[in-house]
Ligand binder design. Structure first.
Ligand SMILES: Cc1cc2nc3c(=O)[nH]c(=O)nc-3n(C[C@H](O)[C@H](O)[C@H](O)COP(=O)(O)OP(=O)(O)OC[C@H]3O[C@@H](n4cnc5c(N)ncnc54)[C@H](O)[C@@H]3O)c2cc1C
Length: 405
């Protein structure tokens, strides 16, 4: 009997397993993938994510993979260019974008070092349930074709956007928004854009993110209505979009691509109630949003920390488990909801209205405000604080002055 079984061993599941094992709990971590292996992901870890990696003692290992430290980000809106330093979190003022086949095994190794048992190549096919409807364990199939049954006090679904656990327990979904965008990305050599850099054009979005091996992840997003058309010929549509951005037109070229295009039109926007009798959800399984702001990895790491804190209180008997998990849901929603709404706004790919363009040009002219605005997007500056009416009024007053000067 385990204290916890964690299904899914990436940036949500592995840290939950690590943090519980560090508290002395008996943890089984399983994943259907054979590690190390890549997963569809844009890679950028916001500074609140790098700060957590540092706190957990794994940041040096991540940087040792050779992914560069990134100290600033640029938003190119055509007429406006906004460049900002990252707002520091626990004195970590940079981000990085490690390949997932490098990052995730580092997190798994930390979980194993803490005492968790890890089994890859193990697909959970059934959740065990007692007569009261409480989840009590898993039935899984190994790569050898054998079926194993394991029991635990709590089963955690860290199994991504298509979560098997969520499909089984059918949690309440809320703040649901329709799918808004679709996207594809590829890896390119010899692209020298100082990334991360996002190019925002009406109903088009492109991004450059420097990663390992001196490669640049170059991504493109379109409205979801275009998905059926784009998926039939991704290279043509991708290079057409690159051709519309002069800085990328000359650099992002077919002959420089390493590997194939990867992408999806299935990026739903929802919150799940993340717990019930004997189960909990974490990471994308519990809360998923359009990847346009690149929040998923840092959110998953932070979510793992919040869930592990709640589970520790529940498993130790300090608090009734249901109350501890209700508190986890409240904390997650309070932290994530404002930025979720911003991600939804960005994911429409609609051009900013004239007032917003004016505001962005004022922000772009002021390095301190630019860093605070970036802090809003990376969730280190509260949305309500930056967009407080008096703050916006003072910024807009500067535009009026410069127009009349
Ligand atoms: C195109 C795209 C670009 C993105 N760009 C960024 C970005 O730049 N920055 C960022 O922060 N985020 C980005 N994201 C989001 C980010 O990748 C996710 O938010 C993050 O991977 C979520 O982590 P997770 O651990 O919750 O789930 P996942 O990483 O999806 O891991 C789930 C794991 O569960 C395992 N699993 C599933 N079912 C089972 C089962 N039945 N049995 C056993 N194991 C199972 C899977 O094998 C997988 O390893 C992007 C996403 C997409 C689609």
């Amino acid at each position: 009997m385990y204290d916890a079984i964690v299904i899914g061993a990436r940036c949500a599941g592995a840290p939950v397993a690590m943090l519980l094992a560090r508290q002395g709990y008996r943890v089984l971590l399983v994943d259907k993938a054979r590690f190390p292996v890549d997963i569809m992901s844009g890679l950028l870890v916001h500074p609140r994510g790098t700060a957590l990696l540092k706190r957990w003692g794994v940041l040096d290992d991540v940087l040792a993979t050779g992914c560069p430290q990134l100290h600033s980000a640029t938003f190119d809106l055509g007429p406006i260019e906004l460049k900002a330093s990252f707002h520091p979190v626990d004195e970590v003022d940079f981000t990085c974008a490690p390949r997932r086949y490098l990052l995730d095994p580092i997190l798994v190794a930390a979980a194993v070092e803490a005492g968790a048992e890890f089994r890859d190549n193990t697909t959970v096919q059934e959740l065990l349930m007692d007569e009261d409807g409480c989840i009590t364990g898993i039935r899984a199939r190994t790569a050898q074709g054998t079926t194993v049954t394991e029991k635990a006090r709590i089963v955690i679904g860290a199994d991504g956007v298509h979560s098997f656990v969520a499909r089984t327990v059918k949690p309440e979904a809320y703040h649901v928004n329709p799918i808004l965008s679709c996207g594809y990305y590829g890896f390119f050599r010899d692209v020298t854009v100082p990334g991360p850099k996002a190019y925002i054009r009406p109903y088009r979005f492109a991004v450059c993110i420097p990663t390992n091996d001196n490669l640049m992840l170059v991504g493109a997003q379109w409205p979801i209505e275009d998905f059926a058309r784009i998926r039939t010929d991704v290279p043509t549509h991708f290079y057409k979009l690159m051709g519309q951005i002069p800085e990328l037109a000359t650099q992002v070229r077919r002959e420089k691509q390493v590997g194939r295009f990867i992408g999806t039109g299935h990026v739903p926007n929802f919150f799940h109630k993340p717990y019930g009798p004997g189960w909990a959800l974490v990471g994308d399984a519990g809360y998923h949003k359009d990847p346009i702001l690149g929040q998923g990895i840092a959110d998953a790491l932070e979510d793992a920390a919040m869930l592990a804190k709640a589970l520790t209180r529940g498993l130790s008997g300090e608090t009734i488990m249901e109350e501890a998990l209700a508190e986890y849901e409240r904390e997650r929603n309070e932290i994530c909801l404002p930025q979720y709404q911003i991600a939804i706004q960005f994911a429409t790919l609609a051009p900013p209205p004239p007032d917003m363009q004016t505001l962005l040009s004022v922000i772009a002219a002021d390095p301190e405000e630019s860093t605070r605005y970036l802090g809003v997007l990376q969730r280190t500056v509260p949305v309500a604080e930056f967009f407080a009416p008096e703050h916006i009024a003072s910024l807009m007053a500067r535009a009026t002055v410069s127009l009349t000067a």
